[in-house]
Design a protein around this ligand. Structure first.
Ligand code: NAP
Length: 280
């Protein structure tokens, strides 16, 4: 029998805690945490993500500002806005919604965000801190996964942890967080040979590939904890993960569903990082 890791419920209780802290701040005369989100262009998925972030901020009582810039915005204009927000005392977190239009270099823009307001933890300074295991911002999706493990009393210490995917926003920082939690970590990717053999070793398997239902039952050890980061559409257009939930779940001890697993945690961790920034 497997347990479904409920990201919605875990996220809701964390948001409640954040809201309470905001209310305590208000009651003691402190200002509310502020998040600024910059979106350039009309990418429909990005528009939805930005709306959801705004809604989440309002829900917990944060100040939320959205800056919508036209597709043809030049890098110097975008950097000028970032620098203005760096100096803005009402703003604790600055997020540049990715992907940016092709003519803009996301790394160059992110480099201008004050690392103390880099709530996405994409700035090189914060990436370095994650590598060193120093306290600070953790990238939202991997940090959300660590919170889910904690909520279900799943400790990576001494466990074989396999992460499939090595992106800068999910796979690599995920591996670092599991390593800092004393897991024995393997990172697999598209050039990994005998992938199934590697994944079958995993006590904790984190899948962040971006391919619908890629991980099948034969790739998973009995009793494994399976964390599915993927957000894809299946042939019928239905939202699904990178894991074939129906066949894999019966082999697991714990598994995250899609939707309702990792997804709801990501924005919550953004709120947590923004609160951390305001408090520090
Ligand atoms: P990404 O940048 O495209 O990286 C995908 C990774 O998967 C790469 O490292 C790639 O290997 C690896 N990969 C691709 N095909 C593979 C294969 N056949 N076997 C083994 N490894 C393979 O993607 P990402 O940004 O990390 O996102 C991954 C998924 O998570 C996507 O579905 C995305 O939508 C989702 N996501 C969800 C959230 C959330 O909040 N729930 C947040 C972020 C991302 P190479 O490096 O060798 O190319």
């Amino acid at each position: 029998m497997y347990t479904i890791i409920d990201g919605k419920a875990t996220s809701a209780s964390l948001r409640e805690e954040i809201k309470n802290t905001v209310n305590e701040r208000k009651a003691s005369g402190k200002r509310v945490p502020g998040l600024a989100v910059i979106i350039v262009g009309e990418d429909p998925a990005s528009q939805v993500y930005v709306r959801n972030k705004h809604k989440a901020c309002e829900e917990v009582g944060f100040l939320s500002r959205i800056y919508r810039l036209p597709t043809e915005t030049q890098e110097n204009e975008l950097v000028a806005l970032v620098q203005e927000l760096n100096r803005d005392d009402a703003i604790d977190g600055i997020l540049v919604q990715l992907p940016l239009p092709k003519h803009l270099d996301d790394k160059a823009v992110i480099a201008h965000i004050d690392p103390a307001k880099d709530v996405d933890a994409f700035h090189t300074f914060n990436v370095g801190k994650i590598m060193l295991g120093e306290p600070g911002f953790a990238p939202c999706t991997p940090a959300g996964i660590m919170e889910l493990l904690k909520a279900y009393d799943i400790s990576p210490a001494g466990k074989e942890c396999v992460v499939i995917g090595r992106s800068n926003i999910v796979g690599k920082p995920m591996a670092m967080l599991l390593l800092h939690a004393n897991g024995t970590v393997t990172v697999a990717h598209s050039r990994t040979q005998n992938l199934s053999e590697v994944t079958r070793r995993a006590d904790i398997l984190v899948v962040a590939i971006g391919k619908a239902k890629f991980v099948t039952a034969d790739m998973v050890k009995d009793g494994a904890v399976v964390i599915d980061v993927g957000m894809n559409r299946d042939n019928a257009g239905k939202l699904c993960g990178d894991v074939d939930f129906e066949s894999v779940a019966p082999k697991c001890s714990f598994i995250t569903p899609v939707p309702g697993g990792v997804g709801p945690m990501t924005i919550t961790m953004l709120l947590k990082n923004t609160l951390f920034s305001a408090e520090n």
